[in-house]
Design a protein around this ligand. Structure first.
Ligand SMILES: [Zn+2]
Ligand SMILES: [Zn+2]
Length: 312
C-alpha cells in the first residue's frame, strides 16, 4: 500500500520566536507583548505577525536595541514543517490548513493540517497520522478546551481505518493524556476501546470539577478589567474584589477568587485581570446577585461573563 502520512501540527507560521543573536532582544508585538510569528510572504521575503491582534511587521533588518544585523528565528511552525517534509520526501505536501495554496495539487503522498479534527479530511486514506509536538495539545489551562480536545481526538480516532496508525510525537510521554491514549493499544494490560477511553476521561473530569467547584456543579461569573495602564487595571480588580467581599456578607453562598492575570495579560494595548465568582446552581438569590454585579460592572467598567468558556 502507498505510504501516506498526515501531519497534525496546530502551530501556524514558519517560526514562533525571533531574537537578536547579539544582545538577546526578543521581537514582540507593540500592542500585546506577544512573541511575533514569522511568515514567508514570497521567496525570501519574510514578515512578522502578532497572532493575538493580527498586526503585521516587516521582518527586521537590524536590532532596535544594539543595531546588530544578526537576527534569528527559532521554533518552527507548520510552514517550516512543510518545507522539511517536501525536502525529505521529494514530493509536494497537500495543505488542509491552506487549501488555496494546494488548489492545483492532487492529494499526493503527504499532507498537513493545523486542526486536530477536520471533517473534510479523508482520514482513512492515510497510513500514518502524526501529531507533531503533541504535548502542545495540553497548552491551554481551560478545562472546557481540554474537553473539546478529547472530543476531537475521539472523532479523529473514529474516522480512521484499521490500517491507519496514529503516532503522538512528544517530549513528555508521561503526561496523563498520553498514558490514557496508550491504553487504546490492544496489547495494553488495561486496554480500553475508543469510546470507553472518552467516557473514562469524562468521568474523571466530572469528579475533579465537582471537587474543585466548577460547572456544571456550580455557576461561574468572570469579571475582567480592560485598562491601558497595567497598575490601574490591577488596582481596579482589587477594588472589585473588595466590593464582592461586601456583597458576600449578604449573599454568603458566593465564593470569590483572588485576582489573577488574564492568559493574555496585554492584548491590543489593554491589560486584563480577572476575579472569578462561583454561586450555586438554581441559586435562590440570583435576582439580588445580578443587580449587585451589574452595578459593579458599570461603576468599574469591568466585563462580566456568565459560565464563560475560558477562565484564564
Ligand atoms: Zn540586539
Ligand atoms: Zn499584537
Amino acid at each position: 500500500m502507498n505510504q501516506k502520512t498526515l501531519f497534525i501540527f496546530p502551530k501556524r507560521g514558519l517560526y514562533t520566536l525571533t531574537k537578536c543573536t547579539n544582545c538577546g532582544h526578543g521581537f514582540q508585538c507593540e500592542h500585546c507583548d506577544a512573541n511575533l510569528v514569522t511568515y514567508r510572504k514570497w521567496e525570501k521575503n519574510l514578515e512578522l505577525v502578532c497572532h493575538q491582534c493580527q498586526t503585521y511587521y516587516n521582518y527586521p533588518l537590524k536590532c532596535p536595541k544594539c543595531a546588530s544585523t544578526e537576527i534569528s528565528s527559532y521554533f518552527g511552525g507548520v510552514d517550516e514543517l512543510v518545507e522539511i517534509v517536501v525536502k525529505e520526501s521529494g514530493n509536494p505536501v497537500y495543505r488542509y490548513d491552506d487549501k488555496k495554496r494546494s488548489k492545483e495539487m492532487a492529494i499526493t503522498t503527504n499532507a498537513v493540517t493545523t486542526r486536530i479534527f477536520d471533517p473534510s479530511i479523508p482520514y482513512s486514506n492515510f497510513t500514518h497520522i502524526v501529531f507533531v509536538e503533541a504535548q502542545n495539545l495540553l497548552a491551554s489551562p481551560d478545562y472546557l478546551v481540554q474537553e473539546e480536545i478529547h472530543k476531537q481526538l475521539l472523532e479523529l480516532m473514529l474516522s480512521i481505518s484499521e490500517q491507519t496508525e496514529i503516532i503522538f510525537d512528544t517530549n513528555s510521554p508521561d503526561l496523563e493524556l498520553f498514558i490514557g491514549l496508550a491504553r487504546l493499544d490492544k496489547n495494553h494490560p488495561e486496554h480500553l476501546d475508543k469510546k470507553q477511553w472518552f467516557i473514562n476521561f469524562l468521568t474523571t473530569e466530572a469528579k475533579s470539577r465537582e471537587m474543585f467547584n466548577f460547572p456544571p456543579f456550580v455557576n461561574t461569573l468572570l469579571l475582567t478589567t480592560q485598562q491601558k495602564n497595567k497598575d490601574k487595571s490591577f488596582e481596579i480588580i482589587n477594588h472589585v474584589r473588595s466590593e464582592l467581599i461586601k456583597i458576600k456578607q449578604q449573599l454568603p453562598d458566593l465564593t470569590i477568587s483572588s485576582p489573577y492575570q488574564a492568559r493574555f495579560l496585554k492584548r491590543k494595548g489593554m491589560f486584563s485581570y480577572h476575579v472569578l465568582v462561583r454561586f450555586p446552581r438554581q441559586y435562590k438569590d440570583i435576582g439580588k446577585l445580578r443587580e449587585e454585579i451589574m452595578q459593579l460592572g458599570s461603576i468599574y467598567g469591568v466585563q462580566i461573563r456568565l459560565n464563560p468558556r475560558h477562565l484564564f
